[in-house]
Each structure stands twice: as structure tokens, then as C-alpha cells.
Design a protein around this ligand. Structure first.
Ligand code: AMP
Length: 213
């Protein structure tokens, strides 16, 4: 099974994809997590990506497409989080899946109003190592700055700082929202209002994936 999770920055795609991967055994493919781990190791790709990421800009399509190729045919199924983010990426994904004979089974759009997104992003933090997400207001780590899961540092991402957040919202509207229209002309897109708690959104999400609405 292949599921695409769409939604603006701060909609909770990463949180929900992680939970869904745990409960289903599917492989969570987050292009953002992959890029952050390249940045941490200081690879050539990481160095290139960091410049774009820190400003909230998108990393070039060709780089992202090359990075995700080869990961899509995972026999456990894949949960795509943060990809595709442009129509070019969506077209490339369609082509790769068609060649492999693997259709997209579900496309889920998680929507949250802008005010709530900004509120969430401004209190968001993440484990530098295992990428576990935290909310510094409602879901802080038990020991300040230390990940509950792996003990590494919990940090505020450079792209969660106010200037980058505004740019990410703009980039989402200009380049990623059209991907939703691209899919809507080809398939059913499941709509989820993702303003609730992580638990209630997860319940809605799993139900929607099982029943298709
Ligand atoms: P995310 O963790 O999904 O919010 O991604 C963090 C940052 O990584 C984005 O703001 C982009 O700079 C970059 N990124 C992640 N996924 C993609 C993608 N599919 N296309 C281009 N850039 C991406």
C-alpha cells in the first residue's frame, strides 16, 4: 500500500505518519527527515540542502527525486510525508510508480487553519537525532532539551523560526497547493480537518484510510 499525506507545514503529517507507520508496519518516508539526516552527517547533499531548508525554500526537484528513487518499492508499503511538494515531483512519482506497477492507494489532505499552524510551528521542537516531534507548550520533553525517546538534544529547527515559517507558508501556497489540485483531477483525495489533538486526528486518519472517506 502507498499512502500520500499532504498538508501545510505544521499540519501534523510527521506526527501522524510516525504513528501510522508504528501501527501498520509501513515504511515512513519523510523527505524532510532524510534531508535533516544528510545535514547532520555533513554530506554533499546535506550541505546543498541546508541553504534551501534554513530559509524555508524547497530543495531542487531533481535532488529530491533522486533521493526518493529506490525507496518507493518497499514491500511493507510506504507512507509519503512531505513528498511530492511540487507538480513536477508528483508527475515523477506517478511515472516511477507506473513503471514499478505500484499505484498510489490513498491521498490524504490534512488541513488546519493558518492561525493554528503558526501557533503550532512557533512552539514546535524536534529531537536532533531520532526526529521525535515535541510541542514546547503542550507536549514538552520530561527533561528540558532532552529527547524522552533517545536522550539526544531537542532543538527548534532553523526553519521553524518566524521568518522561515512565513516563507514556508508562501512556498506551500505557490508550489505545493497545486499538487492537491493535480491529484484531485486524478483520484479521490480524503479530506481531514487536522485541528484536534494528535490522538483524535490519528483516530480520524485511520478510520478514513480504512473506509476511504
Ligand atoms: P519538512 O520536514 O517536510 O517540513 O521539510 C523541511 C524542509 O526540507 C522543507 O522546508 C524543504 O526545504 C525541504 N524539503 C522536504 N521535502 C521536500 C520536497 N519534497 N521538495 C523540496 N524540498 C523539500
Amino acid at each position: 500500500m502507498r499512502i500520500v499525506l499532504m498538508g501545510p507545514p505544521g499540519a501534523g503529517k510527521g506526527t501522524q505518519a510516525r504513528r501510522l507507520a508504528e501501527s501498520t508496519g509501513m515504511k515512513h518516508l519523510s523527505t524532510g527527515d532524510m534531508l535533516r539526516s544528510e545535514v547532520t552527517t555533513g554530506s554533499e547533499l546535506g550541505l546543498l540542502a541546508k541553504g534551501f531548508m534554513d530559509k524555508g525554500d524547497l530543495v531542487p526537484d531533481s535532488t529530491i527525486i533522486a533521493m526518493i528513487q529506490g525507496q518507493l518499492a518497499n514491500p511493507a508499503g510506504v507512507l509519503l510525508d512531505g513528498f511530492p511538494r511540487t507538480v513536477i515531483q508528483a508527475e515523477s512519482l506517478d511515472e516511477s510508480l507506473e513503471v514499478a506497477g505500484l499505484p498510489i492507494d490513498k491521498i490524504v489532505h490534512m488541513s488546519v487553519d493558518t492561525e493554528e499552524l503558526v501557533r503550532r510551528l512557533s512552539s514546535r521542537a524536534v529531537c536532533k537525532s531520532c526526529q521525535t516531534p515535541y510541542n514546547l507548550v503542550s507536549d514538552a520533553p520530561s527533561i528540558e532539551g532532552v529527547c524522552d525517546k533517545c536522550g539526544s538534544d531537542v532543538i527548534v529547527r532553523d526553519d521553524d523560526k518566524p521568518e522561515a515559517v512565513m516563507n514556508r507558508m508562501k512556498v506551500y501556497e505557490e508550489l505545493t497547493a497545486p499538487v492537491l489540485n493535480y491529484y484531485k483531477t486524478r483520484a479521490d483525495v480524503i479530506e481531514i480537518i487536522a485541528t484536534g489533538t494528535p490522538d483524535s486526528v490519528f483516530e480520524e486518519l485511520t478510520q478514513a484510510i480504512e473506509t476511504g472517506n
